[in-house]
Design a binder for this molecule. Structure first.
Ligand code: KIV
Length: 272
């Protein structure tokens, strides 16, 4: 599809499907605001996820549970305004879809209407199949999320690797097949053994995007703030930091403070 003033070829769910078929890896990153979304889109990232990790990295909560539907819509609409090419997927936040499939559909409709995003993501396997099917009746593409599902952190108790034991691994593979049959256009697999993730990716026709799930899947996703090194506290094995922004920002702001105190800033060329 070619739409928009710059004649940009938009990434659609169909494009992602084709990428899997051709063996071309999919790049996905989280985004929560206009300015970053614009840069990431310009850099060519295929999918932008307005993740409920906004609850952690934007709002400073310990878990993803507190973020609300209104807050997700605010982040999503900001991201959409910065994007010309990428597919924008929005997380249904905790409490906005678990009640029943009607609630899931209403929450989805609010996200789509009020933000202009292109798809939603929700966590879980067989227990959310009804909701996925109902959302699809409204024509909204759905991305699934299995493995470590942070909205269930109090059930798991910890953020350790999931599905290491055979029973859980078998259930995860069954859930992946169920989500595909229900009509999901893609799946996220979070923090599971690489061999299992590879098996899932080979067993389904839809793209599988991994985070901490090894290289045998169809694409990768990271939380933007982690990739940029905005925090020093989060150090999982799967994270590759491409910048050390925490230190860079801290020292830039330190220099700014120094220049004000020494009356070096503003100088004659920086005033009217
Ligand atoms: O909310 C989020 O950032 C996510 C990714 C970790 C996949 O769901």
């Amino acid at each position: 599809m070619t739409i928009g003033k710059k004649n940009v070829k938009k990434v659609t769910t169909h494009v992602l499907q084709e990428m899997k078929r051709k063996g071309e890896k999919i790049s996905m990153l989280t985004a929560y605001d206009y300015s970053f979304a614009k840069i990431l889109d310009d850099a060519g990232v295929d999918v932008l996820l307005v993740g409920d990790s906004a609850s952690n990295v934007m709002a400073g909560h310990e878990t993803t549970l507190p973020i609300t539907l209104d807050q997700m819509i605010y982040h999503a609409s900001s991201v959409v305004r910065g994007v010309e090419r990428a597919l924008v997927v929005v997380d249904l936040p905790f409490g906005s879809y678990q009640g029943n499939s009607k609630e899931a559909l209403f929450s989805t409709i609010r996200i789509m209407k009020e933000s202009g995003a292109h798809a939603v993501k929700l966590e879980g396997g067989r227990e959310v199949v009804d909701s996925i099917e109902r959302i699809l009746t409204a024509g909204v593409p759905v991305m699934g999320h299995l493995g470590l599902t942070p909205q269930s952190i109090y059930k798991f108790g910890t953020y350790v690797v999931r599905a290491k034991e055979e029973e859980e691994a078998t259930k995860l593979l069954e859930d992946a097949l169920l989500l595909e049959a229900a009509g999901c256009f893609a799946l996220v697999l979070e923090k599971i053994p690489a061999t299992l993730a590879k098996k899932v990716a080979a067993s389904v026709k839809i793209p599988v995007i991994g985070i901490g799930a090894g290289n045998g899947v169809d694409g990768q996703v990271l939380v933007l703030h982690d990739l940029l090194g905005m925090s020093k506290e989060f150090n999982p094995r799967f994270l590759r930091r491409y910048m050390n922004l925490y230190d860079d920002i801290r020292s830039s702001v330190g220099n700014y403070i120094r220049d004000i105190k020494s009356q070096d800033f503003p100088n004659e060329r920086e005033q009217y």
